[in-house]
Design a protein around this ligand. Sequence first.
Ligand SMILES: [Zn+2]
Length: 496
Amino acid sequence: MIRRVQTLRATLVLVLCLVLFVSTLSSQQKPTPEAVRLVGAMLADTPLEEDLQELVDEIGGRPTGSKANLASVEWGLKKFQEAGVKATKEAFEMPRAWQERSSRALVGGDVSFPVRVVAMPFSPGTSAEGITAPLVNIGHGTVEDFERVGPSARGAILFVNTDPLLDIDGLFKEYAESAEIEKRAAIAGVKGIVYMGSRSGVTLHRHNASLGEKNTMPMASMAREHALRIARLLEEGKKLTLTLVLDINDGGPYESYNVIGEITGSVMPNEIVVMGAHLDSWDLGTGANDNGCNVAMMIDIARQMSALGLKPKRTIRFVLWNGEEQGMIGSWKYTVRHRSEMANHVLAGSVDIGSGRIIGFFTNGRPELVGEVDRALQAVAGLGPFMQIDEPVVGTDNYDFMLQGVANIVANHEPANYGPSYHAESDNYDKVNLPQLRSNAAIIAAVVWHFANTDTVVPRQSKEQVQQLIDNTSLRQQMDMFDMYPAWADGSRGWK
Ligand SMILES: [Zn+2]
C-alpha cells in the first residue's frame, strides 16, 4: 500500500515536471498530441509492477532451456494478447543445452573447509568424485602473474582474485579480463579456474565465460568471503588443494522462442521499428533488474498504445528476446529469419541495463542517429537531461542488428544498484527502482513512437560500411572480448 502511494506521488511530480517543460518547448519542435497522450498514460497507474512481480516472483529465474523459461514465453504471449496486441512466438535453435544440477567444493591440504561455488556457464561437469588439484593464486591473472607462477600452473586449479563489482565499467572490465585469463590459462595447461566472487558477502553470481558454448575448461565462481579466506591462507604460504564437483546437464541443440507483440503500421506497414528486452535470465536470482523489469516495460508500452487506440505509421514490434544471456542467440536468429525484411527495419532498440534512470542512448557509431534520438526525447524532456553516446556497445540484443547495418540504440542508465546484484542471487524484485522504471517506460515509449512516425529515416549500412565501423571504432576490440569476431569474419553472423 505504501508503495502505491509513493508511486503515485512520484508520478504526479513527474507529470508536473513534464507539463512545465513542454510549455517552454515552443521554440523547438513540439511533441505530437499522440506522443503527449502516450507519455501521460505511461506515467499514470498501469499494471507494470504487478506484471514484473508475477514474472520474477512467480515464474522466477528463467535461463533459456529451463522449464521456467518456457513458462515465461507463455506468460509473455498471454500478456500481449490480454493487452489487445497481436502476439506470436517464433522458434529458433539454441546451439547447446547447459544447466547446473549442483556444484560443491572443498578446500584441502594444510587447512580444510567447504566453500560455496557455482559452475560458470558452459563449464563441463566433473565425475561424481570431482577434480582435485593444487590451488595456485594467479592474482588478477595478468601476463606478469602468469610469468610469476610459471610451470606450477600446469595441472593446477587457478585461483583468480577480483575487485568488487560496482557498475557497468567494472562489469566490462570483468568480461575483458576473464577473456584474457582464459586464453592464458589454456596455454598454461591448467586443470580448471576458480574466480573469487565479485559480489559482496557470500552472494553467488554466474555469467558467461568468454568462449560461451565453446568453453571446455571446468570453471567456477566462489563466494567472496570464502575466497578471501583462501587468498589470506595462500598469502601465508599454506599449501591448499581444491576439490570441485560439478554436476551439469550438458546437451545438444534445442528449440527456444522469442515472443513478439506487434502493432501493425497504418501508413507504412512494411517498415518496422523493433524495441526489445530479453526474457531469459540466469537462475541464481530471479532476473529482476536483468531483465524482467524491462520485459514488463515492453508489455506495458504495447498495452498503453493499444488502450489509447494509437495508430503508428510504421509497424512496431515489441520483442521479448530469448537466449540473450547465452550469446544473444534469439536476436541473432531473428535477423536470420527476417533477413528479407532487414532493409525495412528503421530502428532496433534494446533496454537491458536495469532500472536506474535512463540518461540517454548509445547510438552505436551512427552519428546521424543522435539528432533523431534527441528529437524523440523532446516528448519526455522533463524526465531528462539526456545525452547520447555515439559508441558501439556489444553485449545485448542490438548486436546482430548492428552487424546487419540496421540503425540501433541501447538505453544507457544510471548504474543504481544494477552492478552489485548483476547475475547474482540478489537480483530480485526488491532491487528494482519501481518509480524510475515507470519513468523509463515513458522515455522508451516516446522513442518508439517517434521512430514509428518520423519522416527522417536513417538508412541501412552496406556490409562495407559495417566493416568500417568494426575497423574504426572500439567494436572490433569488444567483439574479440566475447570471441565474436570469427563468426562475422566467416560470414556465419551478420550481413550476407
Ligand atoms: Zn541483460
